[in-house]
Design a protein around this ligand. Structure first.
Ligand SMILES: *Cc1c(COP(=O)(O)O)cnc(C)c1O
Length: 396
């Protein structure tokens, strides 16, 4: 059985899209590490190329290992079809190219991922596709940003690294009124915590490099849409002709990672909640930002659209930039690295790392001060994480 609508998410993440009977009984999804496929006859090759017969042609157009991954992510996000890409950025750029043409306008979350911002700049410089960055907190604010040439709304929630939330229901209400497509970057939550398509969003994408893989050894992207025909169009145009496809081996590693996504997210979230409480009480910490904090101004939105808080926390420390850097330099178990969603706890300094390309003035408007640190809480024992934070705080 390749699918079963009664399966819970935890089950689908392990079984969706794969039947061992089709693969000599192999329990694990086999790795089809091949570039091309042999046709039985010239006629069969012709039929496959014109689309009269389903079947493999060439791995940029489709691969059996990748196909299982695409079915699985589609099921996890409750969408019609999924596509796998070489990186999160390949997914971001592909869906935006699909949804826009020259002179269009995009409404975007403020504080989006740095390279997504970089791609918006390319669209603007080359094709005059403009954008406005807004908070996405209220329907009125989103409504005000709509222009006659607006074609899509691009959302990140929670926003990196300030952990502010976009209200998905408000975004979708505005989009429906103006016939706009909505794309959500769901990297921070993973489909275990948040499923934007169930709120009426059209596309959801991931840097699968992060929680979905979860083991810090793959760069990959995933896209899921609620319309199978549109997804087939993206596969047949942008994915095929830009060629930002995932390698079969990376797809195989993702399939392995996804199996444990639910238990990892449960542990990331449980650890993060404890670290959050610890940071809130710490005398050297000024502010802590975590969506499942009952004091978070958007806690009601968090509860509406997220199952739990996830593993990311941001906090500001008392003092200046030097103190933030000193804290980082004294970490030992906690690793000083960008990226997130790995088994290892990681910490970084957005002002000088992930958001260093944003001018200081804009950075401060976004809430990215020089004393802000972002923590991706890992799967280690929380006492060990806290002991390492303790000794690093002690040094400043
Ligand atoms: C990392 C990241 C990306 C980019 O993904 P890559 O896999 O590095 O290309 C996009 N969005 C968010 C929120 C990310 O954290």
């Amino acid at each position: 059985m390749k699918t079963n609508n009664n399966w819970h998410k935890e089950t689908a993440m392990i079984h969706e899209g794969y039947d061992s009977e089709d693969h000599q009984g192999s329990l694990a999804v086999p790795l089809y590490q091949t570039s091309t496929y042999v046709f039985d006859s010239a006629e069969q090759g012709e039929r496959r190329f014109v689309g009269e017969e389903a079947g493999n042609i060439y791995s940029r157009l489709g691969n059996p290992t990748v196909a299982v991954l695409e079915d699985r992510i589609a099921k996890m996000e409750e969408g019609a079809a999924g596509l796998a890409f070489a990186s999160g950025m390949a997914a971001v750029s592909s869906v935006l190219v699909h949804l826009t043409k020259a002179n269009d306008h995009i409404i975007c979350s403020r504080g989006i991922y740095g390279c997504t911002f970089g791609f918006l700049k390319i669209l603007e410089e080359k094709y005059n596709i403009t954008h406005d960055l807004i908070s996405m907190k209220t329907e009125q604010e989103i409504e005000k940003a709509v222009k006659p040439e607006t074609t899509c709304i691009y959302v990140e929630t929670p926003i990196n690294p300030t952990m502010e939330l976009a209200d998905l229901e408000a975004v979708v209400n505005v989009a429906k009124r103006h016939n706009l497509k909505v794309v959500v970057d769901n990297t921070f939550c993973s489909p275990y915590i948040q499923t934007p398509l169930t709120f009426g969003v059209d596309y959801v994408l991931h840097s699968a490099t992060k929680y979905i893989n979860g083991h810090g050894d793959v760069i990959a992207g995933l896209l899921v849409g609620n319309d199978a025909d549109e997804m087939a169009k993206i596969r047949g145009t942008v994915l095929k002709d830009f060629g930002g496809i995932i390698s079969p081996f990376d797809a195989w590693l993702l399939l392995r990672g996804i199996k444990t996504l639910p238990i990892r997210m449960d542990r990331h979230s449980a650890n993060a909640k404890i670290i959050f409480d610890y940071l809130q009480k710490h005398p050297k910490v000024e502010d802590v930002f975590y969506p499942f904090d009952d004091q978070h101004p958007q806690y009601e939105i968090a509860k509406k659209q997220m199952k739990m808080g996830g593993g990311l926390i941001s906090f500001t420390i008392k003092g200046g930039k030097e103190d933030a850097q000193k804290l980082l330099n004294h970490l030992s178990l906690v690793k000083l690295a960008v990226s997130l969603g790995d088994a290892e706890t990681l910490m970084q300094h957005p002002a000088t790392m992930t958001h260093s390309a944003v001018p200081k003035e804009d950075r401060e408007k976004m809430g990215v001060s020089d004393t802000l640190l972002r923590l991706s809480v890992g799967l280690e024992h929380m006492d060990d994480i806290m002991a390492d934070l303790d000794q690093a705080f002690e040094a400043i």
